[in-house]
Design a protein around this ligand. Structure first.
Ligand code: 5U1
Length: 670
């Protein structure tokens, strides 16, 4: 074949495949069989292999890069990516509509473009002369991360636009993981003993923030586009709805449920209509977005801080469902506390099957008067643990059984003790109880404690049940040959785990104290103790009175700490840990650190650091990190989707640092 012919054949194949992708993924109306599609694709792969000079960046074969990237570059959005104000009631929507009419000085009923609000990850795609040049996350709205390689793996994202597209288009939308893909991903993760995602939103975000595009490609991600940033060229956009029609004509997937309605009444009707459909949708939604339909009016309304005045997200209430309590079991925690857990007849809520709900403690069981056999209302909001809201007393069967605190521990059969006036009942088995031992080890290995990532729940179960480890110090004597012989543990996993165990030996005094699992000693108390006593020796020698001299430590916590160190077994474990090589840097005097005396509040999702990393860095510099904004706050660090804390900071005139400003601030102080 002549070179010109080959070039044309490759081009024709590319166009055909892109057209089939569009029909399949965007229109959901394929016109060829999978086999016919695969044949075209293979032909293109073969020809491109033979004639690499004719490969173009928009070739469908170039969606998945074969190498991980090193890091995500920063992208400054030419038009900021806004977020949305939330509304929860009809009254909120009425107020929103009133504000719009007042500001526009109009008396006519305003038209709204209504869209389902997806629970995913906001992205911005930049097309230059129809070619996909860049994809970025929202980040702080001004600057995001370059995730082009991962976005390209989503087949419904066109690599080249079609039709009469503008010369420059920045299009905004939401990447999400449909319910089925999410369930499958979690089932596979659970089988492999890997971390499961709490919700589809985390799964989508986690997939797009992978450095290896092959991982993103293996996840079933989808996208819907809902707006534009910068647009240049021959296109006139008049309403939100016609803008979306234009997007669809350029090959960009737009949600088919979008509709224009008239006034608040239309909005609420749409809200109710979609709420009824919600369970049947293949993806999770958490509300409806209403947008003033007229784009000229949108422009006149403008925006406040990072949210437009012309749009609002009307959130669905937390979902509540009815089910039956089939049994109640008691989980034993690290400190021996028994938590009643209701085993429920499985019920589907928000795309997740719920079969357990915590009842917290016996006081809660008695207060709610929950009995086995009862019909109950279960609520699941976002990713929190499902809880029983109330009992439907009218449905109580005659044979409903009251829930009794067991007299002995369900795991080790030691005596259970419930101290008068205390809600919590405890197994008295201590380290004799394997449930407590497992929880203790789980706590010790946790990320915020000694941070041994590969030591997950399943492995701990195996190690304790087979008597390979009895306490946390034993972790440091595990050997490769012992580990290799365990279920689901090859040489590679064993070596990786041993490396992590070795790395965990270098820690901080505060983390070490926290990881010991002393009752009532959380991270904050661990830090206070480390700062106050500076050495383990000094802490171990302190009596209850001396312990109470530490800020925030009262008589109960002091007693727990003193008891812990008085116990010979605990001292033995500590000695073994130190002998194994666990060590930390000498604790510095707080006052000498650069951010001593300053209090920070972090709100929203940061794009450069995880919240934990930001907190650790600030604390290492001597700052305190608080959970709420007050007049004593020195700085509020604001990430994506910051809410009421940002508003409060503004109200109190507290210094605000954006995500990027915070990074510069840290650089200056490290
Ligand atoms: N459906 C939809 N989701 N969503 C999210 N539309 C929409 N619009 C948004 C956001 C953040 O922002 C524009 C109003 C700027």
């Amino acid at each position: 074949m002549a070179k010109d012919n080959i070039k044309q054949t490759i081009e024709a194949l590319r166009n055909k495949i892109n057209e089939h992708n569009y029909q399949y993924y965007v229109l959901d109306a394929p016109t060829v069989t999978d086999a016919a599609y695969d044949l075209l694709y293979r032909q293109l792969v073969e020809l491109e292999k033979e004639y690499p000079q004719f490969v173009t960046p928009d070739s469908p074969t170039k969606r998945v890069g074969d190498k991980p990237i090193k890091a995500f570059a920063e992208v400054t959005h030419s038009v900021p990516m806004l977020s949305l104000e939330n509304a929860f009631t009809q009254e909120d929507i009425e107020n929103f509509n009133q504000r719009i009419s007042d500001r526009l000085k109009v008396t006519h009923i305003v038209d709204y473009c209504c869209e389902p609000k997806l629970d995913g990850l906001a992205i911005s795609l930049r097309y230059e002369n129809g070619l996909l040049m860049q994809a970025a996350t929202r980040g702080d709205g001004e600057t995001g991360e370059d995730v082009t390689e991962n976005i390209k793996t989503i087949k419904m994202v066109p690599l080249r636009l079609q039709g009469n597209y503008p010369s420059l288009l920045e299009v905004r939308g939401e990447v999400f993981m449909p319910k089925k893909g999410f369930e499958k991903l979690n089932q596979e993760a659970a089988k492999k003993g890997e971390k499961i995602f709490a919700n589809p939103r985390n799964a989508a975000a986690g997939s797009i923030r992978q450095l290896d595009p092959r991982i993103a490609a293996s996840r079933r991600l989808e996208v819907y586009f809902y707006g534009v940033g910068a647009v240049e060229g021959n296109v006139k956009l008049e309403t939100q709805f016609t803008m979306l029609k234009h997007l669809a004509s350029w090959g960009l997937r737009v949600n088919p449920l979008i509709k224009v309605v008239s006034g608040v009444k239309g909005c609420i009707e749409y809200f109710e209509e979609i709420a009824k459909l919600r369970d049947k949708l293949s993806y999770e939604i958490d509300g409806i977005v209403y947008k003033v339909n007229n784009l000229e009016e949108q422009k006149r309304l403008g925006f406040v801080t990072r949210a437009p005045r012309w749009a609002i997200a009307h959130k669905f209430p937390p979902e509540e469902v009815y089910t039956v309590v089939e049994a109640v079991e008691f989980n034993v925690g690290r400190t021996g506390a028994l938590t009643p857990v209701a085993r429920l007849k499985p019920v589907f809520v928000h795309g997740v099957t719920v079969s357990n709900a915590t009842l917290h403690n016996m006081d809660e069981v008695e207060r709610k008067d929950v009995r086995i056999g009862d019909t109950v209302i279960v609520r699941r909001a976002g990713d929190v643990i499902p809880e029983i809201v109330a009992v439907v007393k009218e449905n109580r069967p005659a044979n409903a059984r009251t829930i009794k605190l067991p007299k002995t521990c369900p795991i080790c059969h030691s005596h259970v003790e419930r101290i008068e006036d205390e809600a919590v009942a405890k197994c008295t088995g201590g380290l004799f109880c394997s449930a407590q031992r497992k929880e203790m080890i789980r706590h010790f290995a946790a990320r915020r404690a000694m941070d041994i990532e590969g030591l997950g729940n399943k492995l701990i179960e195996q190690l304790v049940d087979s008597n390979m480890i009895a306490n946390v110090a034993d972790i440091y004597s595990l050997t490769q040959s012992e580990l290799e012989n365990l279920e689901r543990m090859g040489t590679k996993s064993a070596v990786n785990l041993l490396t992590e165990i070795e790395e965990s030996k270098k820690t901080t005094f505060a983390r070490f104290l926290y990881s010991l699992g002393i009752p009532e000693v959380g991270e904050a108390t661990g830090k206070q103790l480390a700062l106050h006593f500076k050495t383990l020796d000094a802490l171990q020698k302190a009596n209850e009175e001396e312990l109470q001299a530490v800020s925030d430590i009262g008589p109960i916590v002091a007693k727990h700490i003193a008891h812990f160190f008085a116990e010979a077994h605990n001292r033995e474990v500590i000695t073994k840990l130190l002998k194994a090589g666990v060590h930390w840097e000498t604790v510095k005097n707080q006052a000498s650190l650069p951010l001593a005396g300053q209090t920070f509040v972090i709100t929203g999702m940061l794009s450069h650091l995880s919240r934990d990393e930001a907190k650790d860095t600030l604390e290492k510099l001597g700052a305190k990190v608080a959970g709420s904004v007050s007049s004593k706050t020195s700085y509020v660090v604001v990430g994506e989707e910051a809410g009421s804390k940002l508003a409060k900071a503004k109200e109190l005139g507290i210094k605000i640092l954006s995500d990027d400003e915070f990074m510069l601030f840290l650089k200056k102080h490290v």
